[in-house]
Design a protein around this ligand. Sequence first.
Ligand code: 5AD
Ligand code: SF4
Length: 477
Amino acid sequence: MITKPSKRAYVETYGCQMNISDGELMEGILERSGYDIVGSPEDADVVLVNTCAIREHAEKRVLGRVSQLNGLKRDRPDLVIGVTGCMAQRMGGTLLEQAPYVDIVMGPDGYRGLPETLDRLEASRNGEDESALRTVISGPKSIEVVRESSKRGPQLAVLQLDMDENYQGLEQRRADGPSAWVPVQRGCDHRCTYCIVPYVRGGEKNRSATEVLAEIRSLADQGVTEITLLGQTVNSYVWQDVPFPELLRRVARVDGIRRVRFTSPHPRDVNEELLDVMATEQAVCEQLHLPAQSGNNRTLKRMLRRYTVETLLEKVEMVRAAVPDIALSTDIIVAFPGETDEEFHDTLDLMRTVRFDDAFTYKYSLRDGTPATRLPDTDFIEPTEAQARLAELIAVSRQIQNEINTSEVGRIEEVLIEHEGRDPGQIRGRTKRNKVVVFDGDAARIGAYTHARLERTTGATFVGSEVETSELVTAAV
Ligand code: 5AD
Ligand code: SF4
């Protein structure tokens, strides 16, 4: 009997942690159906580019990359190029027209059927599935064949959003290592007026807590000690009678799990119950990402964020009262349409008041189909002005970060060793407060916990030195 050689697939992911986790999910699905997962597009029969749509810049980068990958088809015309994820969902058939060398576009709810879609493409290419070329099947989980180009062959688009698809029963293919990301929620029920996510990922869908916990127990059995729970508004998670704080508590109590993080919470759902779990469960890290987006009430209202600066500051106080040594990070958008210079300065004031340990800062990017696109043309801010605001915000946030980190020099922190450092003989790890520390050590120790003294800071990260256990005892006395 002749056995068919395995096909080889390569997945390249852009964007947020949820997308990276989706990339692992696709790899898991493909591997289980007989594909070998390879580490470069040159070695693959199927190349999937898993994309982000959150800002225009992210999409432009991907379009460039896909066109570059098309070069591989010159020598290997059978290569399959697929574009998956949020940008695939957003652009759909337009993407197939703009990039005719793309064979498949697939949105975030189509991955369960990925192997079948690939089979179907092959059958269509071989002329075995004539019907596939013109059939449009409607209904959930359908495959829509949108285009047949005689020169290029068939192109498939899978774009159905599916309120029931939360990938129950399917597991990610995870790289070996001490840390794992576990999606507990997909989609989002908010409608922040700048944001494309609810349109490309659909409404909020929560996974069964039983399944999440079983997965985490199994990860712990395989040696994983750090878990990051993922969801678009992760703290609004609720499954049957298990709200997010309870899920977090149960995860923190799984044998073998030493660190639990979660991202991204919505400030509105930061409540006493959550803070109680954060304060009392040893494994929950002293770190919180609290996306503020703006420090001005009129802007927050027009963004439909559903909180005010005052209530946000109250939350910050609650958080710091519950977990005094917590490290806070945030997301900020500058130059939202209509933001005045004064309103922008309110955002700078918020940064100075809260003093976030870290800030992810963005210029507003217009996303077709989102409510903010309907604001009057005159509201849209000149790119040079937007750039100037971003630069000012970054300068303020870096200065604050530098001051905070400088004040932490001298501390001894528990570090989970995660990677090799950039220089030979160095390793890189993270503290519970999510601060990166680089120090001399052997890469064989990746996955181990140790203690390091923070010797100096580069501003964003630390250079440290490992502390002998005996020194730790003395330090504690
Ligand atoms: N323009 C700029 N930034 C955006 N974000 C989301 N949508 C946009 C947009 N249209 C930012 C928000 C969010 C982060 C993940 O990306 O700050 O929290
Ligand atoms: Fe987008 Fe707002 Fe939902 Fe976050 S909460 S994913 S910013 S719509």
